[in-house]
Design a protein around this ligand. Structure first.
Ligand SMILES: CC(C)(COP(=O)(O)OP(=O)(O)OC[C@H]1O[C@@H](n2cnc3c(N)ncnc32)[C@H](O)[C@@H]1OP(=O)(O)O)[C@@H](O)C(=O)NCCC(=O)NCCS
Length: 142
């Protein structure tokens, strides 16, 4: 079930951030963000457990996806794709027309997931991450 991100989701999301990212968002960062007026956060909950999440900030007609992950045992079941599609419909209601994101050059599966959702590569930021890996900037018109 996909639903809006609420306060209780910040702890399990912070755990997943730690598990899956070298530069994770911590609880305090998440708690300071999820309620912002220009933030849209969604989670996929199964049997009372948050198994996936997505978050984006937007300004006028443009949004940036800043958070997305699916817990490992639940991957490859279309959860990220459903979260992306639900996010697009919420953003469209708020007059967003263009969605951007950054993804590590080595994160091939995430790139594949984004291409499947209609994103294409707009540009490359060389050495963007703290460990100097390049970021691909991807874009989708919604
Ligand atoms: C990237 C991620 C969010 C994808 O989540 P997911 O729920 O497994 O994605 P979906 O099931 O919706 O997959 C969509 C498409 O992506 C591609 N894909 C995703 N995982 C893949 C894998 N392990 N191998 C090959 N293709 C894969 C496939 O094309 C898939 O479509 P298909 O299953 O019909 O072939 C998940 O792997 C993840 O959390 N990774 C770690 C965190 C991360 O990298 N987040 C993105 C930061 S930019």
């Amino acid at each position: 079930m996909i639903r809006r991100w609420t306060y209780v989701d910040n702890a399990p999301i912070a755990e997943m951030e730690k598990k899956y990212f070298p530069d994770p968002w911590n609880f305090r960062m998440l708690a300071g963000t999820y309620l912002l007026d220009n933030f849209v956060g969604l989670v996929d909950e199964r049997e009372g457990k948050v198994v996936g999440y997505i978050g984006a900030t937007y300004c006028i007609d443009e949004a940036e996806i800043t958070l997305v992950a699916v817990d490992e045992p639940y991957r490859r079941k279309g959860i990220a794709t459903s979260l992306l599609n639900e996010l697009f419909s919420v953003l469209k209601e708020r007059s967003v027309e263009r969605v951007l994101l950054e993804v590590r050059r080595s994160n091939y599966y995430a790139q594949k997931c984004y291409v499947k959702a209609g994103f294409s590569v707009l540009s490359v930021r060389e050495g963007y991450y703290p460990d100097k890996e390049d970021a691909l900037i991807m874009e989708k018109r919604i």
